[in-house]
Ligand binder design. Structure first.
Ligand code: GAL
Ligand code: MG
Length: 991
């Protein structure tokens, strides 16, 4: 039997798990917490010898004992697929081989890794431990030709004592890594299938007597003020040593103790408590001496005083109620896959903090041990999930097949045991998670029991323990907002978490505000983790030098789950997307509401859980038509968490125009993750306004002439041509510049966004909404005082079917060349269901590449995703208003636009006025091209701008895996009418 097809066999010679820490030669170096400076630390990461084989037995026998001079090199840590070996495949849940546990493909991609290093004399007399922080999937190690052990559990650490196999001087480490193992059945997360030594490898030297393990726990007295620090230590020898410990607050020693005992407790009067908002850390130094009094080593630990409790079905940290506003984070990098650098990891954490996120779930496996240290330091509450997911069994109709099979119990339990031991000292971790999407059964129960045995101080989560039989929190994923509301109204006896929701695939998610309102309403709902943090696409060069983001299917991988891996709030290269900005606003810790904005009466609510508002300032600006009338700075009072208070400001100055009160919430001081004056949120309140109608230029009536195939209208420096065959405005030239490239066209469809795919597949494509035809049914031309009216009746309908819209384009042209356009339609036939939009598209001269508009911005916004964008006057290059999702789709909408100008560098162009407000977007590509393109880099700029001036647009929802568009944000094929005015723009008319 192959060792990699035997789920009872989890390891050979692997050391028992323990907390992640390092020992240092003295207290001073210990304070650096830099493992490179620890007593004996030798990183083996770097360039290694490497060869790739299709089968484990192809590795030559000499590999184990001889250095393969002629082999190529590979970077460790790294995934071999990201370095030119093997094959990439992306599936959501499908296992890329027959489901036949514990068997895996006989041709099992194998990486043979070698590393040679010199062990100096300073290592003499040390035990030498070889540690791997992550190897996918199965690996065996050989030291100087001798077998030294084997391990499984890709995202868990493995240690081996290799002392007896080492030479002083040159040493050879050979590692055989197999991509597939019985363990693959436990590691079927929704991500790329990859393999390799993808986290650091290093040696740790240990004296004969050394600290083997430390466990630190803190709890508070009933008043949640004074703390007890409890410590349990394991030392490698029973006698011959003495311990001393000191607790420091910065440089100040607070407490100390010592002796020969391995467990001790100390009272710490009123320590500053750790929480994600104030991640205050103390330092515990444990010094180990031999009997003669010589210092053997110092182990430093960061200690955060915090305690988790549950009372009457609610979760508390440090006795305070809280909610977790979280995200699900995978390890991912657009070039390195899961072999992320710590710089990237840290930047993820900084971005989360900057965007008001207070919690992270390590979906769906443990991270690099340093990740949790950063969470301790920056302040994030962590739901620490271990490496278990058997999702592929869903495809054979028994998701719980191995989860409920005692033969696999040890393999499941091993994964929580190693995880909890390694991470048990982190204040940031408040919840353990047993894994994801693995059904339910005896092995989950066994994991929970073992988890609680090792660590009774934290809560346990596992989503598929649906009734929270063994878990401390009850959890679901993607429950719709109505369902969450019902959960909240009729609470269970345990706190509830929505561990995944608001699928951030492509353009979206919509509906975050609506979810948040429900989350905020019910005490029972204590956490929500948005799916997910980052797009998992891989940056690929292409031939013309325009790199693109590759997803499932781009490597010839089949079956695959396409771009389902592009479902993050940040792009693959860590750039925040529109969804992240929206989430930031929705979960902002300071809420501002208007009691009576015009009278200067606002209400502020502190939605922090631990902090007061004394370092927060409101920057309040009154604006009219996009001009600033007054700016006020209002430092907030030290309002305690959960409190609201009325704030009175000077009455906003009066004035004409579109007036708004904009309130920016600013943190005065810099933090570890943000500069001074960091913006936490923005709010906008409308003030009484006067609306300015589009300027009507007085001019003589235009001249209308009728020709065989068209009508021509001429006036002050312009002419227009309307086609008799189609009813279309086929030409408009003003000041010698042709303005139109494609005639105005009513549309009811747009390039499908990922979040509408279900509606698209089930409804719109079968109804042929994407191929509607327009047929002229009547055209009337009327001279009307100073104007000419062209009234075009048409039918817009799909082929084959019998439904559609009877529409009217009513053009009214005055002598100055202003075109007032009223668009209307009445549906007929049987289809009245939801559609993406009711709007109009036109093609505009390519030279009009500059945009100015008054409406909602600066980012894209949609009816159910607009909280972070406010109404103002914005300027932008047209090209910058396009949002480049890895897979092209509708994007870039701006709502509430009452006017916009498209112009060239001389100020010539087109002006649009729509006092009722329209949706506006401008694309360098046609809708047809966007819809037909798989990757962003394949888009080719058209020789005109596609401009959408839409009446109604459906919300985004997040139904690529989450919620449907909520009823209030759906657009239906229904009667409509709206108007707008288009005018030529030039310097002379001053517009
Ligand atoms: C969940 C799963 C995640 C991811 C998501 C869809 O069901 O837990 O891992 O697959 O759906 O993107
Ligand atoms: Mg899954």
């Amino acid at each position: 039997m192959n060792k990699w097809e035997n789920p009872q066999l989890l390891e050979e010679h692997r050391l028992p798990p323990h907390a992640y820490f390092f020992a240092y030669a003295d207290a001073e170096t210990a304070r650096s917490f830099a493992r490179e400076r620890s007593r004996r630390f030798l990183s083996l990461s770097g360039m290694w010898r490497f060869a790739y084989f299709d089968h484990p037995l192809q590795v030559p026998p000499s590999f184990y004992s001889e250095y393969m001079e002629r082999w190529g090199e590979i970077e460790v840590p790294g995934m071999w697929q990201m370095q030119g070996h093997g094959h990439l495949q992306y599936t959501d849940d499908g296992m890329p081989f027959p489901v036949d546990p514990p068997y895996v493909p006989s041709s099992n991609p194998t990486g043979a890794y070698q590393c040679r290093w010199t062990l100096g004399p300073e290592w003499r007399g040390q035990r030498v431990v070889l540690r791997f922080d992550g190897v996918e999937t199965y690996f065996e190690i050989y030291v100087n030709g001798s077998y030294a052990g084997m391990s499984k559990g890709s995202r868990l650490a493995s240690e081996f004592d290799i002392t007896d196999l080492l030479n002083e001087g040159e040493n050879l480490l050979s590692v055989r890594v197999l991509q597939w193992a019985d363990a693959s059945y436990l590691e079927d997360q929704d991500m790329w299938w990859t393999a390799g030594i993808f986290r650091d490898v290093y040696l740790i030297g240990k004296g004969a007597i050394h600290v083997q393990d430390v466990c630190v726990q803190t709890r508070f007295d009933d008043a949640c003020r004074d703390a007890t620090l409890a410590c349990t230590i394991a030392v490698s020898a029973n006698t011959g040593w003495r311990l001393e410990w000191s607790l420091y607050d910065g440089a100040r020693q607070l407490l100390q103790g010592g002796g020969k005992t391995l467990t001790w407790e100390a009272s710490v009067p009123a320590p500053r408590q750790w929480n994600a908002e104030d991640p205050y850390l103390y330092r515990l130094e444990i010094s180990l001496y031999d009997d003669a009094g010589a210092l053997l080593e110092v182990v430093p630990l960061r200690v955060g005083f915090r305690e988790i409790s549950v009372q009457d079905g609610l979760m508390y940290v440090n006795g305070r109620y809280l909610k977790l506003h979280g995200v699900n984070r995978h390890d991912n990098d657009q070039l390195r896959g899961r072999a992320v650098t710590m710089a990237r990891v840290e930047q993820d954490i900084v971005l989360m903090k900057q965007h008001n996120i207070n919690s992270v779930r390590t979906a769906h496996y443990p991270n690099d041990p340093r990740f949790y240290e950063l969470c301790d330091q920056y302040g994030l509450f962590v739901m620490a999930e271990t490496d278990v997911e058997t999702h592929g069994f869903v495809n054979i109709g028994n998701l719980s097949q191995i989860t409920d099979d005692p033969a696999w119990e040890a393999a499941f339990v091993d994964r929580i045991e190693r995880h909890v031991h390694a991470q048990k000292n982190h204040p940031s971790i408040i919840i353990w998670s047993l894994g994801n999407e693995s059904g339910y059964g005896c092995n989950i129960r066994a994991m929970a029991a073992r988890c609680r045995e090792i660590d009774p101080t934290r809560l346990i989560h596992y989503e598929e323990d649906r009734d929270a039989e063994v878990c401390d929190v009850v959890s679901t994923m993607y429950s719709r907002v109505q369902m969450m509301n019902a959960f909240g109204e009729y609470p269970m006896h345990k706190p509830r978490i929505l561990c995944e929701y608001a699928h951030a695939m492509g353009n979206g998610p919509g509906g975050l505000s609506e979810y948040q309102a429900v989350m905020d309403r019910h005490p029972h709902l204590q956490g929500h983790y948005l799916w997910e943090w980052c797009d998992h696409a891989i940056l690929q060069p292409d031939v013309p030098g325009r790199p693109f983001y590759a997803f499932g299917g781009d490597y010839g991988d089949y079956p695959n789950s396409g771009n389902f891996c592009c479902d993050g709030l940040i792009y693959p290269d860590q750039r925040p997307g529109p969804g992240l900005r929206e989430y930031k606003q929705v979960i902002a810790p300071v809420k501002v509401r208007a009691i009576d904005a015009a009278a200067g009466r606002l209400e502020v609510e502190n939605r922090y859980w631990f902090s007061s508002l004394d370092c927060i300032t409101l920057l309040i600006e009154t604006r009219a038509d996009g001009e600033s009338l007054r700016v006020q700075r209002v430092p907030l009072p030290p309002l305690p968490p959960g409190q609201r208070q009325e704030i009175r400001i000077a009455e906003p100055p009066s004035g004409a125009g579109q007036r708004y009160l904009n309130v920016r919430v600013i943190r005065d001081q810099a933090t570890a993750y943000s500069a001074a004056l960091h913006e936490l949120a923005v709010y906008q309140f409308a003030l009484p306004s006067t609306s300015s109608l589009p300027a009507r230029v007085v001019a003589e009536a235009p001249v209308l002439t009728e020709h065989r195939l068209d009508y021509r209208i001429e006036g002050l420096r312009f002419h227009m041509v309307f086609c008799k065959l189609t009813g279309k405005l086929k030409e408009w030239v003003a000041d010698g510049m042709p303005l139109l490239a494609r005639a105005p066209q009513l549309t009811f469809y747009k390039p499908c966004i990922d979040n509408h795919k279900q509606e698209n597949d089930a409804l719109w494509l079968p109804q042929h909404l994407n191929i509607l035809q327009e047929h002229l049914r009547g055209m009337e031309v009327v001279r009307n005082g100073g104007t000419v009216d062209i009234i075009v009746d048409c039918q817009i309908a799909p082929p084959i079917l019998g439904y559609g819209m009877r529409c009217r384009y009513h053009y009214r042209v005055n002598g100055a060349g202003q075109l007032q356009l009223t668009l209307s339609g009445t549906p007929y036939g049987g289809f009245r269901d939801m559609i993406p939009k009711i709007g109009m598209t036109l093609g505009v001269n390519r030279s009009l590449g500059q945009v100015e508009y008054f409406g909602r911005g600066p980012g894209e916004n949609y009816p159910d995703s607009k909280a972070c964008n406010i109404i103002d006057r914005y300027r932008s290059a047209a090209a910058d208003m396009f949002e480049h999702y890895p897979k092209p789709q509708d994007n870039g909408n701006r709502m509430d636009v009452i006017w916009a100008t498209l112009h060239d560098s001389h100020g010539k162009g087109l002006r649009i006025d729509a006092p009722q407000g329209i949706h506006f977007s401008i694309w360098p590509y046609s809708a047809e091209q966007i819809a037909a393109t798989r990757h962003d880099n394949e888009l080719r700029e058209d020789d005109y701008w596609t401009v959408n001036l839409d009446h109604k647009i459906s919300g985004l929802g997040s139904n690529s895996w989450g919620s449907e568009v909520l009823d209030s944000y759906r657009v239906y094929l229904e009667q409509f009418s709206y108007s707008l005015t288009l005018s030529a723009l030039n310097k002379e008319n001053g517009q």
